[in-house]
Design a binder for this molecule. Structure first.
Ligand code: NAD
Length: 261
């Protein structure tokens, strides 16, 4: 339990990759603050389970990642109720796929706010606490799209490239304060969100389940396998260790070989 006594704020952790982060950190004894949208009863069940796993307090905060004041209040709440924050993970994200000339401006604004600007606001609010305690881990879920592009994802690719740049910049700013700043870049991750798309895609394209997985979803991934949320969480957990103290400003690919091609 190497994270006993440490607190972690994880944005977008009511499902998918973020929830896997929360579970992995709680299993090492961290008190976690989870965030995101969803069914209140389901969120409370997850929060209670995290508390049971860690033996430390777990909180839920409904801060909307498009609202800088709510982000700052969430960081302050972590400090007041859990201490720290020692670890922050910028993970909340949405996607919209459309050619640029048809891309709705409100979708562009939402992607930039949630996937990009929220990370800047989170870091801005957390750094003073991390500097004061001389220890911190700032981690963001970027994407293979922080390194390469795909058509029709202009806002998402822009935001993820920005996360890679922000990571490097803040790493330099806090390098002498015991605070590391890194991002992880998954390829296609097997989340319920992805799984739920398969039946619709089968119907729309007249393909079998296997064809959807291999010829549509995994076309970019040489291993022809999904990354799992647990694999991404294991990488993030390593970045929280003291052994990772000299890893900073890095962008770790975990994409089945996508960006090697
Ligand atoms: P998900 O939809 O399962 O989770 C997204 C989370 O963000 C949810 O908890 C949701 O409630 C939350 N969220 C959305 N809008 C929010 C807002 N305004 N304020 C607060 N929370 C908000 O998706 P996921 O696949 O787990 O994605 C998590 C992160 O991983 C995202 O940043 C995504 O870009 C990135 N990523 C995902 C994949 C993939 O294939 N699934 C690949 C690479 C990177």
């Amino acid at each position: 339990m190497f994270l006993k006594g440490k607190s972690a704020v994880i944005t977008g952790s009511t499902s998918g990759i973020g929830l896997a982060y929360a579970k992995a950190l709680a299993a090492e004894g961290a008190s976690v603050l989870i965030n995101g949208f969803g069914d209140a009863a389901a969120i409370e069940k997850e929060r209670a389970a995290l508390e049971a796993t860690s033996g430390a307090k777990a909180l839920y905060d409904a801060a909307d990642m498009t609202k800088p004041d709510q982000i700052a209040a969430m960081i302050q709440r972590c400090h007041d109720e859990l201490g720290g924050p020692h670890i922050i993970i910028n993970n909340a994200g949405i996607q919209h796929v459309a050619p640029i000339e048809e891309f709705p401006v409100e979708k562009y604004d939402a992607i930039i706010a949630i996937n990009q600007s929220s990370a800047w606001h989170m870091i801005r609010a957390a750094v003073p606490f991390m500097k004061a305690q001389k220890w911190g881990r700032i981690i963001s879920t970027a994407s293979a799209h922080s390194l390469v592009a795909s058509p029709n994802k202009s806002a998402y690719v822009m935001a993820k490239h920005a996360i890679a740049g922000l990571t490097k910049t803040i790493a330099l700013e806090v390098a002498t304060h015991g605070v590391t700043v890194n991002c992880v870049s998954p390829g296609y991750v097997w989340t319920p969100l992805v799984e739920n798309q398969i039946p619709d895609t089968m119907k729309a394209r007249g393909l079998t389940r296997e064809q959807v997985i291999n010829d549509v979803l995994l076309d970019a991934q040489p291993t022809k396998q999904f990354v799992t949320s647990e694999q991404v969480a294991a990488l993030v957990l390593f970045l929280c260790r003291d052994e990772a103290a000299q890893i900073t400003g890095a962008n770790y690919s975990i994409d089945g070989g996508w960006t090697a091609a």
